[in-house]
Design a protein around this ligand. Sequence first.
Ligand code: MG
Ligand code: MG
Length: 255
Amino acid sequence: MIELKTAGEIAAMREAGRVVAAVHAAVRERAAVGVSLAQLDEVARTVIEDARAGASFLGYHPAFGATPYPGVICASVNGVMLHGLPTPYRLRDGDLLSVDCGAYVDGWHADGTVSFTVGEPRAEDLKLIKVAEETLAAGIEAAVPGGRMGDIGHAMSTVGRGAGYGMQNDFGGHGIGRAMHESPFVPNEARGGRGLLLRPGLVIAIEPSLMAGGDDGYYMADDGWSVCSADGSRSVHVEHTVAVTSDGPVILTLP
Ligand code: MG
Ligand code: MG
């Protein structure tokens, strides 16, 4: 069942989205060569606690997860595309990092991901991040009343695939509200003009991921969480929680 949200509920999710954006800002500021992913998770925990919010990821246990999730962020480095665990791994010069975080306020969730480099960036990584952000922006732009769910995926794959990057559709976006993951599924790639009619009050996380090597293959690492590009190429993930409103799409995970 797809639950449409009222303006008041969307406002509550906007508060959660501000917390997610604050986590992204704090983690980004702290991330540097030699800093561990576990330390970044601690930074995120502090931001969430200080905001008197809850951590959506902590203890989360989806069907594909090996164990309840042990952190408050996913920290995915280089060839890890999604769900990287906040391990003691220390960031190295030129690493490409995606930080995914969910938070809830008064029981309403928001979910967002940013990607950035640490130390001296590689030009190809900066391009990958830029195209991913453009891919996400295209998806958000298509999240308008009267449009179809397929329009979002079509807009995103046009940009991401158009730049020659690999994409996958097994891990895409999702409805979000009282639970972090709700119906409907939001594909990263789809045929335009198909699928669910988009209506005001629909709130979805839109979250494309791109693989630099251009292949679509991925595998689950031995840790039971990390989703990695099959060709080992660098990958990137970006995400916003977005409300479809009669005034157009509203991003809830901005500062
Ligand atoms: Mg997320
Ligand atoms: Mg999500």
